[in-house]
Design a protein around this ligand. Sequence first.
Ligand SMILES: [Zn+2]
Length: 211
Amino acid sequence: MSSRDAAISGLPLARSAVARTRDVLRELIDFRVRSLPVPVGVLRNFDKVWAHFKQPVMPIDTFGLFPRVTTLQELLTSIDSVYQGIADTLADANANAIFRDPSESVFGPRTKAFVLRGPRVAGEPPPGPLWPDSIYFAAGFADLGPLKRAEITVHECAHWQNNQLIQDNAQPGFENYQKMDAGLALLNAWSYSQFALDCAFGRALPFADNE
Ligand SMILES: [Zn+2]
């Protein structure tokens, strides 16, 4: 099975993780304090937002990815808009058009997937028929466990929503992931993939390769 075929076969798991994540966000967007105490499940889910997207200090600017964020509702709906884009990308017809096997190895064996879209930066293959805008699943992706494959698929789809702005700013488990602010987190592909793992699987850290 090619890596791309493995990614296609993993679409249902990736989609269900994103759907679960959007359910959580919907609950938080709709939440209004009517009586205290706040239900413990709601508090726990807000904690997941703070863990991966950070406690907001308004206003938050994102280089134009979102309009200036000034309220909690705007923060949550902005986050959800990226997951809506990810869900659209994971639809069968779109994924079949966007997912690809690379024509040659470019980034070394540790890179299991990558996104090329729009202007290419130094070190990326040039645009053209060999390297169209796509999400590429590299050799080794098919050997990963199903949960790790879903994680990577969601992560790459986050890049795909805006490859110039949504980058790898800080990785879960590292100090800079703890220390980044909300503005940086909204532009961090890892925040989108890890928040989804936390909502769908209760995982605050990335999966191991064999999971
Ligand atoms: Zn990335």
